[in-house]
Structures are given as C-alpha cells and as structure tokens.
Design a protein around this ligand. Structure first.
Ligand SMILES: [Zn+2]
Length: 339
C-alpha cells in the first residue's frame, strides 16, 4: 500500500507536467505502470488485496479523467478560434449571426452576359474555347503575322514578366492553337481576360474581357463574316441593326474592318451611348491573313476564313446602359446589386 501512496504522488506530479499522450503511454499502455501494478496484486496479502485493487483503480481513473479533461479543453479552444477575416465573431451560433450580405448572392454581370453570348454562339454552331491569362511572344505576335520589330506591336502595349511571358492584350493569342489543332471546317468562339498598359478612364481599363471568333472553311467570304456577326449582335441586343464596315488595320487579317452598327438607343439621332454620332464602333474583324493560316499548316489556297474580336465589357455596357467601364471591376456592391 505504501507503493500505491508513492505512485499516487508521482501521478499527481505527472498530471501537471505531462501531456495526455505522454500520460497515456507511461501509465495506461499495455506495458505501462498501471498494468505493472495490477500484475503485482498476487504478491499482496489476501486481506489487503481488495483494498489494493480499489486504490489502484482509483489512481487509474484519476489519470483517465485528466486525459479526458484535457482533450475537452482542446476542443473548446478550437471552437473559440479567432477568424480575423470574418465580418462578425465566428464563434457566434448560426442563428445569431448578423445578416450583412444577401446570402443568396448572384454571379457578376459580366459573367451573366457572357453566358448569354455563349448560348447564342453555341446555337449558331460555334465551339467555345477558353483563352489563357499568360502567354508567349509566339502566340501573342509571331503566329499572327507580327514579326519581331513590326511597328504594329506598339498598338498592343501590355505587361511582360521578367522571363519574357506576356499578359495577352487580345484573345487572338488562341488563333494559332485552335487552327493548328483542328481541320476545317473550324468555328470557335474564345472568351478571355485581356490586359493593356492603359491610363484608365470611363472607357479604358487595364483589364477587360474580349470575345474572339474564328471561322475557316472552303469558300468563306466577307459576306459570311458580316452576316455571322450581324446575326449574333441582333440576337444579343434583341433588336434589328444596320451595319457599316469601315477600313481598319490588323496584321493578322486582310482585308481588315471596323464593324460599326447604328446606335440601338437613339435611332441614329445621337445620344450619350454613341457619343452623339448615331453609330457605334463595336469590333475589329477581317478575313484571316494567309500567313496566319500558313503558320497553322492550313492551305490558304484551299481554305479561307474570318475572325473578329470584340470587347465584351463594351458590349455589356451598351446593352445595360453602363457609362463607366471602371464600375465593372470596382467591387461596388450597390452597383452590382442592380444586376
Ligand atoms: Zn445613340
């Protein structure tokens, strides 16, 4: 019994000093101290055996209780963890949390409109391919007929990484990939985020979305291009439009054009959306340059095609009467909730 007294003192000291794993291992494991003391029970004289067993059990319970207690404390500490990003005390029960956001949420207006556009293009038979947010010089310029040192490269002032990669300034970076990985007829639409080193104002942003389209087959002409773009725009803007084709210059198309439509809001009388001209320049387009087809191993004698690229933000702004492009990315809840 004296031994048990000594054991109890040792256990009490250990409870203060050891953690639960150490306590478990030292006392409660299969070769632990408690097991050892139980095996000594046959050496205890018969009169004291019951008392010895009872006392030893109570020491065992003391250790078990201490282990249980400390694991409960860990659980409580976890529950009270502080989350500095939460807009309220994250330990508050669900039913008592303040209602600070509309928890139903909704997708961003750009994504809602993009989905509408892609539905229209899909119904017209186009495949959808996503563009990249970082690319190389070959896909940004060379494969699109901008050789090194070509002055038109300056029209696409964007951001470069120190090791020579580029943040795409247009979604045309995907043209070569799509043309060289498929055989005509090819029809694809490529939405993607683009970047330009711009001074921002109500109509210019450093980051915006473009939507590229390409179509390649035998006997494709400018008339097919105009009809395709017009059909899409009438479906998207839900109104009939008039089209004006104005000359433009892009190294990767020949001939190139600026696709201009009558302002759908003022019947060509002039309003703030069209800059009081009655017409809106919507996108660059043109017949794909033979050199671009050649760089994708497509025979430009046999096949021809067209491509376009429009600023998705601009089209979304026109349809929704948004006057400042910066609103689209300002994260202003008041603005976003309108859509
Ligand atoms: Zn107008």
């Amino acid at each position: 019994m004296k031994d048990l007294q000594k054991l109890k003192t040792e256990v009490q000291e250990d409870i203060d000093q050891l953690d639960s794993n150490e306590l478990k291992k030292k006392y409660l494991s299969s070769d632990g101290v408690i097991r050892e003391y139980f095996s000594k029970i046959s050496n205890v004289d018969k009169d004291n055996r019951a008392k010895y067993g009872k006392e030893l059990n109570s020491i065992k319970n003391l250790i078990a209780q201490s282990i249980e207690q400390s694991s409960k404390e860990i659980v409580t500490q976890r529950a009270k963890r502080v989350d500095p990003t939460a807009p309220f005390d994250s330990n508050t029960s669900k039913s008592n949390r303040p209602r600070i956001l509309d928890l139903n949420g909704s997708s961003h207006i750009l994504m809602q409109e993009l989905e509408r556009m892609l539905d229209i293009f899909q119904s017209m038979g186009f495949d959808i391919v996503e563009s990249r947010q970082i690319d190389d010089d070959y896909h940004m310029f060379e494969s699109l007929n901008f050789p090194k040192g070509h002055p038109a490269r300056d029209m696409y002032d964007t951001f470069w990484t120190e090791d020579g990669f580029v943040l795409p300034a247009h979604t045309s970076t995907m043209q070569n990939r799509i043309l060289s990985s498929s055989t005509p007829p090819i029809s694809a639409v490529i939405p993607g985020r683009c970047f330009r080193s711009e001074a921002t104002d109500s109509s210019h942003e450093h980051t915006f979305f473009q939507c590229e389209g390409i179509y390649v087959d035998k006997g494709i002409s400018v008339a097919n291009m105009i009809a395709t773009i017009k059909e899409f725009l009438e479906a998207y803007l839900e109104t009939d439009i008039e089209v004006k084709i104005q000359p433009a210059y892009f190294p990767f198309t020949e001939p190139d054009a600026e696709f201009t439509i009558n302002c759908p809001f003022c019947n060509k009388e002039g309003c703030s959306t069209c800059g009081h001209t009655g017409w809106i320049e919507l996108m660059g387009c043109g017949m794909i340059h033979p050199n671009v087809l050649k760089s994708a191993d497509i025979d430009s004698e046999e096949f021809s095609g067209f491509a376009w690229g429009f600023g998705l933000d601009r089209l979304v702004m026109i349809r929704n009467h948004i006057s400042d492009i910066r609103d689209l990315r300002a994260g202003n809840i008041k603005f976003l909730r309108k859509y």
